[in-house]
Design a protein around this ligand. Structure first.
Ligand code: GMT
Length: 374
């Protein structure tokens, strides 16, 4: 099939899932056209089946804010016509579903479009009154809608009161990329030799509750030597760095920023700490599990659908003491931690392997394409 994939190209879960999906589909012989304002971060594969189309953002003195939604819609039309797309798959409702809707209005030969809801497009940004009616329209007018968890599906119904069928297709992980390191190799690769490492991976937004990361770390470090590895970047980063400096914890931390080598960084960790206020899915948790790294998080959003019993601990929301206790328990009992890590990988790959979920998407596309054209 010829599939147009629209996503945010930056360091966020939705862009990662969209890009990994496109690359996996290209390997299966589909022709994939990525459409975005910048090359997606994870788009590293060279394949004759992959084409990237840039939506040019041009300066014009009249605009304080460039109308990207419109430029994207026009680019979708150009790509659909020249490449002969069979369908469009847009990731993140805002504004991608609206651009797809506009594109279809312009196209003489209509094509179906799927909107995948990822989380903040529903729970934070989309539910804001300034967006809610238009996100609702985008959902209702999409040919098909998927959500990355049952939690997100229910949230969408609650927030938008839509009657549209929403199908759940979970996110996935490539177990060949996200894999554990042998103990010796782990020690060799770790930036902190022979000291346990707690990792945090996110886009450093307030929803990730970085204060809780620092607080848990402080409590654990009071009792044993431990290091904190921050992977990613975002608006909260420098405030948190300062907070760590002020509380004399900074020397035991490392901020590596946005990196391509996420699997290698996660694989040197002993635990992943993800105390988010909400996560519709928690891709970082799944990637850690695949590297045999147990996850410590709150029992919120879609995380209970990902981090099952035996793959980590989910504590009541805000229970920083509980998170610290569980971290100490696992770090003081390396054998239990290792067993939990192994269980986490098995569970991750049984339920969310790339193979399994890409099959689901492929079947979903085929069914939609056939129904649309009969
Ligand atoms: O975590 C973010 O704020 C980024 C956001 C995105 O769309 O890039 O992530 C959301 O989508 C991911 C991929 O489906 C999910 O794994 C994240 O849980 C979700 N984030 C939130 O719900 C906060």
């Amino acid at each position: 099939m010829k599939i147009g994939i629209v996503c945010y190209p930056t360091y966020g879960g939705s862009g990662i899932v969209a890009t990994e999906l496109g690359m996996a589909l290209a390997k299966r012989g589909h022709e994939i056209h990525f459409i975005s304002y910048q090359q997606p971060q994870r788009l590293t594969l060279f394949s004759p089946n992959i084409v990237y189309h840039e939506v040019a953002i041009e300066e014009y003195p009249l605009f304080d804010h460039y109308p990207y939604t419109l430029a994207l819609a026009v680019k979708m039309v150009e790509v659909a016509q020249t490449a002969g797309l069979d369908l469009l798959h847009v990731h993140y409702a805002i504004p991608h579903s609206i651009s797809a809707l506009l594109a279809n209005e312009m196209l003489t030969t209509k094509i179906p479009f799927i909107t995948t809801l990822h989380g903040t497009d529903i729970t934070i940004v989309g539910s804001n009154p300034s967006f809610l009616p238009i996100v609702k329209l985008g959902i209702e007018k999409s040919s098909r809608v998927t959500a990355v968890s049952y939690y997100l599906k229910e949230e969408t119904y609650k927030t938008f009161q839509v009657s549209k069928e929403i199908d759940v297709i979970y996110n996935f992980v490539d177990g060949n990329e996200f894999k554990p390191l042998q103990e010796q190799e782990k020690n060799r690769s770790s930036p902190f030799q022979n000291v346990p490492v707690i990792a945090h991976l996110s886009n450093f937004r307030p929803v990730k509750r970085l204060n809780d990361v620092v607080e848990v770390f402080r409590k654990v470090r009071n009792q044993l030597p431990v290091k904190l590895l921050f992977i990613g970047d975002g608006p909260e980063r420098y405030r948190i760095e300062q907070m760590l400096k002020d509380s004399q914890l900074y020397e035991d931390t490392l901020f590596v920023g946005k990196q391509q080598a996420i699997p290698d960084l996660l694989a040197v960790a002993d635990l992943l700490l993800l105390p988010s206020e909400t996560e519709s899915f928690g891709l970082a948790a799944l990637e850690a599990m695949s590297c045999e790294v147990p996850v410590l998080a709150y029992h919120v959003g879609g995380l209970p659908e990902v981090v099952d019993e035996g793959s980590g601990f989910l504590l009541p929301y805000g229970d920083v003491n509980g998170l610290a206790e569980k971290a100490l328990f696992l770090l003081k009992n390396p054998q239990i931690r290792k067993e939990m890590g192994k269980q986490a990988r098995i569970s991750a790959l049984n339920r969310f392997s790339m193979e399994k979920i890409v099959n689901q998407y492929e079947q979903y596309y085929t069914a939609l394409f056939q129904n649309y054209n009969t």
